[in-house]
Structure formats: structure tokens, C-alpha cells
Design a protein around this ligand. Structure first.
Ligand code: TXA
Ligand code: MG
Length: 316
């Protein structure tokens, strides 16, 4: 049986969701980036159920969703640079990886046994309402089976995980459309672990040039498995035009012969918001091969290109 879908704007649905979470259940919640699958961060059994529902490797830590810097401070140490970033960018699509406090109300499993935790304050009112009603931190990975395309609508969640979770809160399509930017803070150094919904340039205006995660330190961002966000179709990136037999996902004006367009006006923010839904749509239409137009690297283009490269990577 598929989980009930209820409007996130309904205060009764939020109260019911908080109650399900208190009893160790799993609730899909809208955030501004993608839908997350929420569980009580402190409840090891609930977190184990969450890993099982997603089929997620347990070495891949979860992001702890908080109501603000005060709740974050119960979980992690907050050096001045992190405080500055929170002040500037929270609530919003920025996850900060910080040293975990010994008495953090977060199960060992949620942090995958690491000495750090990723914390984020979502900007979406539904996520904020759920955290407020629950009163404690919620872990929430993207609400999709591990390795699949992240969900940006309640229907995407129902298709992927509907029979394995307890409730889906529906607030329509997610406005940002790609996951949060993940930044590790080590003293006064900021290291980019995952490009995402907050563009690099905005962060660098505060931090100066970001360091990149070392390729030889895979555990610095355990979730960045090479093949990820994978649709069924094979993808060919930076394609100027489709070859025979290929669907064409275009970007920008002047592409009449396309199957779909990420943004007809060439707007990267619109393209990010459309990305996952269009990949799913092309997949559902049964195309075996999809050619995708080049996407510029500025603004949200870095996150879009990152997800496309993972979606195109060879799978085992
Ligand atoms: O926008 C988002 O971040 C969404 C919404 C639901 O909030 N969540 C999300 O979670 O994308 P997930 O689990 O799909 O991705 C979390 C990423 C993974 O790459 C994980 O490895 C990384 O964050 N991460 C979490 N905690 C970490 C830590 N302590 N150290 C390094 N990387 C961490
Ligand atoms: Mg994910």
C-alpha cells in the first residue's frame, strides 16, 4: 500500500507527521531543494529503517535538518566562519559539515560514525513547520531509492518509495530543484564537497576561493559516489545536436528540434528547477539514449553539470 499524500499547508497533516516521526516512522517532506525523507535523528532504529527504505549504504552520512543556528549548536561546534555563513545563507540550500559534539542528539548511524555532521536549515516553510512541530533535529536524505534521480514532486516520491514510508507531505514542485551545496568548514577554511543550490560565487564572496575536496579522500564526502542520479537511459553530455535515435534535452533559445528544453530563455535557475523532472519525463517516455546540450558553468550550472556527469557515469 502506498503512503498517504497530504497537503503540507494543512496544520493537521504537520501534527500527524510529527507524531509519526516520534513513533519512529518515516515522512517525506518538501524542502526548497528536493523532497527529503525525514526521520528522528536521535532514534537509531528509525534511522536504520530509513537507510533500509532507500537501500542506502550505511557509510553514507545523513544531513541533520535544524530550525536554526541554536539547534545546530546542540549538534556541532560552530567556528566563526560557519557562524558567518549561517548568518548570511540560512535558511537556504547550504549544508555545513562541522565537528560533531559528543552529546549531539543524533544517532551514531545517522553520522555514519564520522567525527563530523552535516547540518542545514531548510528555507521551505513546510520543512520548517515540521521541524518546529517535532522540536528536535530531523535527518533527511533525498526521498528516492539510493542512486536514483532525486524527487522534486510528491508524485516522484510516491513512485520511488511510496510503499516503504508512512506519509508524504505535498507542497508542489521544489523551487530550487537541485540538492543543497555541501561545504566542510575546517577552522577558517571552506571546502566544497558538493556543488548545489547555493552557487559557488555567492559563497566565495564571503569565504574567498573555496578549496575542492581531494579526489584521494573519498570519505570526505561519502555520498559522492561516481554513478548517481541515474535515469534508465544512457546520457551523452555537451551535445550540440542529437544523433539519429537520440532524444534531445536542450538549453536556451533556438533549439526547435528538441524533445524538451531545460530553459527556453537560457536561465540556469529555471534549468535547475526543471532538471530532475525532465530526466524522469524522458525516461518515462522510454528513450534509450538522451543527448543533452552544453550547460554553462556559472551560477547553478556547476550543480547541474555535476548531477549530469554523475547521471552519465558508467554503472556497475
Ligand atoms: O538539499 C539537500 O541537501 C537534500 C534535502 C532533502 O535537504 N538532502 C540531501 O541529502 O541531498 P542526501 O543524503 O541525498 O545527500 C547528503 C550529502 C551526501 O553526499 C553525504 O555524503 C554528504 O551530504 N554528507 C552528509 N554528512 C556528511 C559529513 N559528515 N561529511 C561529509 N559529507 C557529508
Ligand atoms: Mg541523495
Amino acid at each position: 500500500m502506498s503512503a498517504p499524500v497530504k497537503p503540507a499547508s494543512d496544520t493537521h497533516a504537520i501534527a500527524e507527521a510529527a507524531d509519526i516521526l516520534l513513533r519512529g516512522g518515516l515522512v517525506a517532506m518538501p524542502t526548497e531543494t528536493v523532497y527529503g525523507l525525514a526521520a528522528d535523528a536521535a532514534d537509531g532504529e528509525a534511522v536504520a529503517r530509513l537507510y533500509a527504505a532507500k537501500g542506502r549504504p550505511s557509510f553514507n552520512p545523513l544531513i541533520v535538518h535544524v530550525s536554526g543556528p541554536d539547534m545546530a549548536a546542540r549538534c556541532v561546534e560552530i567556528p566563526p566562519l560557519a557562524a558567518k555563513l549561517m548568518e548570511r545563507f540560512w535558511p537556504g540550500p547550504l549544508t555545513l559539515v562541522l565537528p560533531k559534539k559528543a552529546d549531539a542528539p543524533v544517532s551514531e548511524l545517522a553520522g555514519a560514525g564520522l567525527e563530523t555532521l552535516g547540518v542545514r536549515m531548510p528555507a521551505h516553510p513546510a520543512a520548517q513547520a515540521l521541524i518546529a512541530a517535532f522540536g528536535r533535529p530531523l535527518v533527511a536524505p533525498s526521498a528516492n531509492p539510493s542512486g536514483a534521480v532525486s524527487p522534486t514532486t510528491a508524485q516522484h516520491v510516491a513512485e520511488g518509495l511510496g510503499d516503504r514510508i508512512d506519509l508524504i507531505l505535498d507542497a508542489g514542485p521544489c523551487p530550487v530543484g537541485v540538492e543543497s551545496t555541501v561545504l566542510a568548514i575546517d577552522g577558517d577554511t571552506a571546502i566544497l564537497l558538493r556543488p548545489g543550490g547555493l552557487p559557488r560565487a555567492e559563497i566565495e564572496a564571503v569565504t574567498g576561493p573555496l578549496k575542492s575536496a581531494k579526489a584521494d579522500a573519498p570519505l570526505s564526502s561519502p555520498g559522492m559516489l561516481k554513478s548517481h542520479y541515474a535515469p534508465n537511459a544512457t546520457l551523452r553530455l555537451s551535445a550540440v545536436a542529437p544523433e539519429p535515435g537520440e532524444a534531445f534535452l536542450a538549453f536556451g533559445p533556438g533549439a526547435e528540434a528538441c524533445t524538451a528544453n531545460l530553459s527556453r530563455t537560457g536561465d540556469l535557475t529555471e534549468a535547475a528547477a526543471n532538471l530532475f523532472a525532465l530526466l524522469r519525463q524522458l525516461d518515462a517516455e522510454g528513450h534509450e539514449r538522451i543527448a543533452i546540450a552544453p550547460i554553462p558553468m556559472d551560477g547553478l550550472g556547476e550543480a547541474i553539470n555535476d548531477r549530469l556527469q554523475r547521471a552519465a557515469a558508467p554503472r556497475d
